[in-house]
Structure formats: C-alpha cells, structure tokens
Design a protein around this ligand. Structure first.
Ligand SMILES: Cc1cc2nc3c(=O)[nH]c(=O)nc-3n(C[C@H](O)[C@H](O)[C@H](O)COP(=O)(O)OP(=O)(O)OC[C@H]3O[C@@H](n4cnc5c(N)ncnc54)[C@H](O)[C@@H]3O)c2cc1C
Length: 400
C-alpha cells in the first residue's frame, strides 16, 4: 500500500519515468541491474551531468536560486523512487544530499559560489574526512589537527575509511582546531583540495576485492581560511547536520525493491527439487517475509516524511530507518546468494574492478550476487553503525 498522491504528483511521476527511459545510458542501467557492480564515481558524474542539464534534477532538494528544481517533498520522494525503480544510478549523496544543503544553510556567499555549481553538475566530486584510526563511533575524539597560520590552516594527521578519495576533487572534513575544552568543542569543518602538496592517499583493500576505501595522510597541508564552513571551533553541529542528512535517505526502500525484484527473477529460473525455487514453500515464505517487511518499512518511511513537520522534524526516526533499511537489504542479499547456490562460490573472470564486464558461468546473477552480498555487509557500519543508531533510538524513545 502506498499513500495516495494528488494527480499532479502522478503526472510528475510519469514525466520522470519517461525522462529516465529516454536518457539513462544503457551501460549505466546494466551496471545498476547487476547490483551496481562496476559502477564508478565517474559513472555517477556522468549521470549527475545528465540530470543537471535537465532543470537541476541532480539536486532534488535544492531551491531554484542555487540551481535545484525547487521541488516539494512529495516530488523529491517520487523522483528518488523512480530513479531506483527504473535502475538508474543513485544521486551523488555527498554533493546533492549532504554537503550541498550544508553549504546552503551555513556557507558564505563565496563558498556557495565556488562549490554549489560544480557539485550540481558533477564537475566537483567530494570525499568525506570524518573517521580516524581512533575516532569512528566516538567521532568527537578526532585528533587530526588544523593550526591557524594567518590566512591558512596547516593540517597534520590522518583520516581513514575515506571512500572514493582517489576520485575526489575536495575532501570535506572535521579537524581539531582546539583541544582545551570539551571534545565536541574545537572542531572545524574545512574543504581540502585533494591536489594539495603534502596530502597522500593509501588504498585499503576490502576482502571481497573492493578498492573504494582509503587512508588519507596530511603532512603540513595548507588550506585557505576561506575554505572553512561555519565558524572556527564550532564545526561539530555542522558535522552532525551533514551526518543527519546522510541517514535521511538510508531506508533505501527503492534499492531493496530492485534487489527483491531480481531475487524473484533468479528464484523463478533456478530449479529446486524438481520445481522452480520460487515455488518451494520454505523459500517462498522467506521471500514473502522480506517483502512484507519492506512494505512496512516503506509505510514507516512515508509516515515520517509526510507526517507533521516532514523530514525536517526527523531525529531518531532517521536512525530507525537506517537500521531497518540496511538490515533488510542484507537479508534480501542473503536470500539471493542462497538462490544461486554453489554458483555463488565461483569468481567471475576479469579483474576485481571489472566485474561488470566479466563473463559469468551459470545464471546471469553469478557475476555480482556473492560479491554484493559481502560488499554490503558494510552498510550497517558506515554513516554510524547499527549499535550507535540503536543507542540514539534508545535514548530518544525509551529515555535510556
Ligand atoms: C564501507 C565504509 C565506508 C566508509 N566511508 C567513510 C568515509 O567516506 N568517510 C569517513 O569519514 N568514514 C567512513 N567510514 C567510517 C565509518 O563511519 C566508521 O567505520 C563507523 O563510524 C564506525 O567506526 P569504527 O570503524 O571506528 O568502529 P568503532 O567505533 O571502533 O566500533 C567498533 C564496534 O564497536 C561498536 N561500538 C562502538 N561504540 C559503541 C557504543 N557506544 N555502544 C555500542 N556499540 C559500540 C560499533 O558498533 C562497532 O561494532 C566508512 C565505513 C565503511 C565500513
């Protein structure tokens, strides 16, 4: 069941659908259908440009004065769902969903002029410099130091788990500018040019072969004071605002809906005990159970988004959506790996970063299912682990 949108929103839905069918490049659609295997930041960049050139569709939540389409919450919701339902790449979350809104809310005119157009059209790719080797869940413990020298900050230290750092033009990060008070005080948000002298990147390979993670080192890296977002020492609340935006879209109902659709396709072709796997009562029950949970999550998300106060009133609700959404996607991927059975153990030919072009053995799913299953274990860690989200819910709802 879905909420009933007015006719004009349904018309808008048709417009979005038609646009995607006419403009989504085939190779990008294929990669998304393979659970995004092989989808690179450069693909996101290409898709961002296509959306941007169509009335600022790359940044659905931005007002028109900053290059967005000025849509209502209903339009934004329908748009993002249609992207997912029609196998389009996701929006650039860092640019469109997190840093863009923060720049609009807290940035100087100079910062907005320098960054917003490039974030909107894909010319500027960002990476996030929050986590450090000893500051993840306890993010306020961060130590990477930025010392003010005239019109510049000089940064020394390290950031870790920096996704997509080698592709990025700028890192938006939290840096320690004062250690004298509470640890939440003395944190400052800076945009660091990734080509700065003294900045180096070292890849962290993940066990399923992914290479998106990195450690970033700062050795006397100089950053102009003009690249500071908000006031000096007062970046903690901006950093949390940006993280809150990250959790906003994390129910990932559309993503799970696409994965579930492919699971059903695979189970409809795979044999099991002389019948189709999808007709096996036990397997069918498990598929029905995740589908029911997904529809419940969808309704809960709609209730939060379109209830009193809308998305702006979301607090612990965003944490709840992240926990349930990421766990449910993992459950669906587990069923997908069960569905392909022994084929899941076979590595496709080709390089680890070339899975999309590999020639799989067995069912079409083999090239990505097991790889994606392992890869998505990370979803319950990034952006704040499930345990941390549950702590937030416990405090807000149960007063613990
Ligand atoms: C794929 C991936 C991409 C990422 N990309 C980025 C990025 O681009 N930029 C960036 O800055 N960071 C990134 N991160 C880092 C991510 O934000 C951290 O991994 C996360 O916040 C957890 O921190 P940690 O790894 O230091 O684990 P820790 O904080 O050391 O936690 C270890 C374990 O202890 C649990 N735990 C910790 N504290 C508590 C508590 N108080 N109560 C209950 N349990 C607790 C955690 O849930 C976890 O299971 C990424 C992580 C992943 C996995």
């Amino acid at each position: 069941m879905n909420i009933d949108f007015d006719d004009d929103i349904e018309e808008f839905r048709n417009e979005v659908r038609a646009f995607i069918h006419a403009n989504l490049p085939d190779d990008l659609r294929d990669k998304v259908r393979r659970e995004r295997s092989g989808l690179t930041p450069f693909d996101t960049k290409r898709w961002t440009r296509i959306l941007h050139d169509h009335g600022g569709w790359s940044c659905p939540s931005w007002p028109t004065e900053y290059g967005g389409p000025g849509w209502s919450y209903e339009q934004q919701y329908v748009f993002e769902r249609e992207l997912r339902e029609n196998d389009a790449p996701p929006l650039d979350l860092f640019s469109a969903g997190m840093v863009g809104p923060a720049l609009i809310e807290f940035g100087t005119d100079d910062l907005r002029q320098r960054f917003l157009p490039g974030l909107a059209n894909g010319d500027i790719l960002l990476c996030q410099g929050y986590s450090e080797p000893n500051a993840g869940s306890d993010l306020a413990a961060l130590q990477c130091r930025a010392v003010r020298e005239g019109d510049e900050y000089v940064i020394n230290g390290t950031k870790t788990w920096t996704s997509s750092a080698p592709y990025a033009d700028y890192l938006f990060g939290l840096f320690r500018t004062d250690s004298s008070g509470k640890k939440q005080h003395g944190i400052t948000v800076l945009f660091v040019d990734m080509k700065s002298p003294g900045l180096s990147i070292s890849p962290i390979l993940s066990f399923e072969g992914g290479d998106e993670l990195n450690q970033t080192y700062f050795d006397n890296v100089r950053v102009p004071v003009a690249n500071r977002l908000g006031e000096e020492h007062k970046g903690w609340s901006i950093g949390k605002y940006i993280l809150g935006m990250e959790r906003f879209g994390s129910a990932e109902v559309g993503l799970s809906t696409g994965t579930l659709r492919r699971l059903k396709e695979i189970a409809g072709e795979e044999p099991a005990n002389g019948e189709r796997l999808i007709d096996d009562p036990e397997f069918a029950r498990e598929v029905a159970s995740v589908e029911a949970a997904l529809r419940q999550l969808e309704l809960t998300e709609q209730r939060f988004l379109f209830g009193p106060g809308g998305p702006d009133a979301m607090g612990f609700e965003a944490s709840l959506l992240k926990v349930k959404g990421t766990e449910l996607h993992q459950q669906i991927l587990t069923l997908m790996v069960e569905a392909i059975g022994a084929y899941g153990h076979v590595e496709p030919d080709g390089e680890p970063d070339d899975k999309a072009n590999a020639m799989p053995l067995g069912p079409e799913a083999i090239g990505y299912a097991a790889h994606t299953y392992f890869n998505m274990r990370k979803a319950t860690i990034w952006g704040g682990s499930s345990e941390i989200q549950k702590n937030i819910i416990a405090k807000a709802v149960l007063g613990l």
